[in-house]
Design a binder for this molecule. Structure first.
Ligand code: HDE
Length: 750
């Protein structure tokens, strides 16, 4: 750990400027010293409640609700007005000279309406354009005051409001949710000491090491500039051309070709701060820190064939899932964990902690859980909140600081810069969703769309006319960690940045066989879309440095021979500390089990015995699952026993890929009707192919046969129950496992 020069007063040289005798010193008040009783982060929070955010609030209500109240508009029972508040008499007809005459220029009501409409769109984010947001809170498990003075961590139980935005990276605003892509995981903490944005991803490493390459990376993955294709996909020449020429990308490619890049839900993915940051405590001592968000529901993903089909069935798949879970009161939750380590630890390791293409294996530095985040309120308005929210890697608060990661340096610049054109000027911090809950006082003034009405004649410092206010907070304010730097200015990279493959190998070797197969299949798919053979060849030569088995698998899939391995920058690469890290597998965090919020389709048709279906439905509901009765058409179902059943989804409006499990009903006539509907077969095949659970009751076993699904009892995810049996426990247990990859073959059997 290092120590700040905490004793140095702020504005240390200022007084000397006025001469020894202070002859020209300004009157008292010009440079007021901060009062000695200036509030600190911990004194600001009384119990768990920040004075800025008001008294304790009812469960389910966030502290960001009240500050936003002043701008929330509820039009219930209100009359229609113009933007000037003028009541509008007729909202159907423009003003004309005679019923068949020309529209009149003086129709200010029409003109205002059309003009506003004409300007409704703002530029979309250059990356992460497609996103979904939610409000919630962070709750600290314990005080971390010994290692950081950051406000959210000062007390056990302290609550800090948050707004979170999840996103895909490459696709445009209206693109599909299930693209193979990194997911953004951006959290805005509205702390007592200003906003802290932890703008992370669902993958702990990145494609490149230096911000200098970011525009190149993004240009390569975005739709190709001449014909603007493909949308939201990396499977095209330019991305792989760039990738094959940038060996530092090897580790990240393992992650984005894995199922991590197609999460089942935002609620089932991890989040990572990616860069190494610093914690700094009140004494000015610092340690390094990496941030991890672990979902309570465990980590679960889609499989590729499923992701492709969902893209057509419901392009809003992840957005809808998040929205519906929160509406249903199934508040998603993540545990925030930190890895903390010292500069001396970092110096010993084979990799550089300033290199964003490297992670710190959990086996090397275990995770320490420090709090939980719960998302418990959907935004009122997508545009006002989710679209206008402006995250920024430079938004840190006292107690959090940067490191010299050269990727991070570029981010510190980029985010504010991009908001200025995206949100139309330098006052985007005043947009309600961006405004800190902590008060803002400075001498910045004016600019497009200024909201604050700053009072008084003073907009400069030092001043005597304003009593020296707003005054500098001195040591109570943000003090940059004074990391000693004495170096030549160079363009280059540190030594350890030259090793690109150890952690790619670590990742691949730490996956289960099913996950490894998915990685091979993903490379095969992506590279099969590449039209230039030399690019494929370069990629294979890169993969040989990661894993011979992987390279071989991909080469076979492409009908190619293995080329020579790509030359390495280092002849003697350093030995990695760990050879496998189980924590890198999605299987490592299955979650708490159970079937809460899992979507289960129960196929029904006229003539069905309703009682067992109603019983199953009630059992699943009681366990928090979402059973839906699916028929060829929605509406009431005729049951043989008079039990009222209503099909709430049809095979047409919610195709089978949108469900986590499938139940096939008993009854000869019912099975016959289902067998005659091509959707049934399709649904069963998809469920089976995608590793999901199938339950066949009585006569419906025929439907499995028809679809070619093996039903010899060896697959725990294919459950056949004799007619009349209604013990659902095996089915529930199987759904709780999410996927049954043991059945997977390549190519698929079914
Ligand atoms: Fe970003 N990134 N980024 N990024 N990033 C943006 O900011 C940038 C990087 C991340 O939901 C932009 O407001 C550079 C890493 C998320 O609104 C832009 C570099 C990580 C979001 C930008 C990176 C991220 C963004 C576009 C390399 C994970 C969405 C719109 C030096 C730690 C935030 C905007 C939201 C968005 C720049 C690399 C995460 C252009 C220059 C690494 C989650 O400023």
């Amino acid at each position: 750990t290092q120590t700040t020069s905490a004793g140095i007063p702020h504005n240390a040289n200022k007084k000397a400027e006025h001469g020894l005798a202070n002859a020209k010193a300004p009157p008292e008040g010009q440079h007021v010293e901060p009062p000695s009783d200036l509030p600190t982060a911990s004194s600001l929070s009384e119990g768990n409640v920040s004075p800025k955010t008001g008294p304790a609030v009812a469960a389910g209500v966030n502290r960001t609700v009240e500050p936003l109240d002043r701008v929330r508009v509820n039009s219930d029972g209100e009359r229609l007005t113009t933007n000037q508040g003028v009541p509008v008499a007729d909202n159907q007809n423009s003003l004309k000279a005679g019923l068949r005459g020309p529209a009149l220029l003086k129709d200010f009501i029409l003109r205002e309406k059309i003009t506003h409409f004409d300007h409704e769109r703002i530029p979309e984010r250059i990356v992460h354009a497609r996103g979904s947001g939610a409000h919630g809170y962070f709750e600290a498990y314990e005080s971390l005051a010994d290692i950081t003075r950051a406000a959210p961590f000062q007390e056990k139980g302290k609550i800090t409001p948050v707004f979170v935005r999840f996103s895909t990276v490459a696709g445009e605003r209206g693109s599909k949710d299930t693209a193979r892509d990194v997911r953004g995981f951006a959290v805005k903490f509205y702390t007592d000491e200003g906003n802290w944005d932890l703008v992370g991803n669902n993958i702990p490493v990145f494609f490149i090491q230096d911000a200098m390459k970011f525009p190149d990376l993004i240009h390569s993955v975005k739709p190709e500039p001449h014909h603007a294709m493909p949308q939201a996909a990396s499977a095209h020449d330019t991305f792989w051309d760039f990738a094959s020429l940038m060996p530092e990308i090897a580790h990240m490619l393992m992650w984005v070709m894995s199922d991590r890049a197609i999460p089942r839900s935002y609620r089932t993915m991890q989040g990572f701060g990616v860069h190494t940051f610093r914690f700094v405590n009140a004494a000015g001592e610092s340690c390094f820190v990496k941030f991890h968000w672990n979902p309570k529901l465990g980590t679960h993903s889609l499989v590729w064939d499923e992701a492709v089909k969902i893209a057509g069935a419901d392009p809003d798949y992840n957005r809808r899932d998040l929205w519906e879970a929160i509406e249903a009161g199934e508040y998603p939750e993540w545990e925030l964990c930190v890895q903390t380590f010292t500069e001396a630890d970092a110096d010993r390791w084979s990799f550089d902690v300033l290199d964003a293409t490297k992670l710190v294996p959990e086996e090397l530095v275990p995770l320490r859980p420090v709090g939980r985040m719960v998302l418990n309120r959907n935004p009122d308005n997508f545009f006002a909140e989710t679209e206008q929210v402006a995250f920024c890697a430079a938004h840190v608060v006292p107690g959090i600081d940067f490191t010299n990661d050269p990727l991070l340096a570029g981010r510190i610049h980029s985010y504010v810069d991009t908001q200025i054109s995206r949100l139309g000027g330098p006052n985007f911090h005043e947009i309600p969703i961006n405004a800190p809950v902590a008060p803002v006082h400075n001498n910045q003034r004016d600019g497009m769309h200024r909201q604050a009405i700053n009072r008084g004649r003073v907009a400069y410092e030092p001043n005597s006319l304003g009593g020296g206010c707003p005054f500098q907070a001195g040591k109570a304010g943000f003090v940059s960690f004074p990391e000693p730097v004495q170096q030549d200015e160079v363009r280059g990279k540190p030594e350890k940045f030259a090793e690109h493959y150890n952690q790619a190998t670590l990742f691949y070797d730490s996956q289960t066989p099913a996950e490894q197969n998915h990685i091979i299949a993903a490379f095969r798919f992506e590279l099969s879309k590449v039209t230039v053979p030399a690019i494929r060849e370069r990629m294979l030569s890169m993969l040989r440095n990661v894993s011979e088995a992987l390279a071989q698998g991909v080469a076979e899939g492409l009908g190619m021979r293995l080329p020579e391995p790509m030359p390495r920058a280092l002849d003697n690469p350093p030995q990695p500390e760990v050879a496998t890290s189980p924590a890198l597998s999605l299987m490592f965090r299955p979650g708490e089990g159970g079937i809460r919020t899992r979507k289960i389709a129960i196929l029904v048709a006229n003539g069905i015995a309703g009682a067992p279906i109603a019983d199953l439905q009630a059992t699943l509901l009681a366990q928090g699952a979402i059973p839906r009765l699916m028929a060829a058409r929605i509406g009431p179902v005729e049951t043989s026993d008079g039990t009222p059943l209503e099909a709430d989804v049809s095979t047409e409006n919610e195709p089978g890929v949108l469900f986590d499990a499938l139940v096939l009903p008993d009854g000869d006539a019912v099975v016959q009707a289902l067998a005659a509907d091509g959707h049934t077969d399709e649904h069963i095949r998809d469920q089976y192919r995608h590793g999901k659970t199938l339950l066949a009751l009585g006569a419906s076993v025929r439907l499995l046969e028809q679809a070619g699904v093996p039903k010899d009892g060896s697959d725990p995810g294919v459950i056949v129950l004799e007619a009349g049996v209604s013990d659902w426990s095996r089915f529930i247990e199987a759904v709780g496992k999410h996927r049954h990859f043991e059945r997977e073959t390549d190519p698929p059997l079914v």
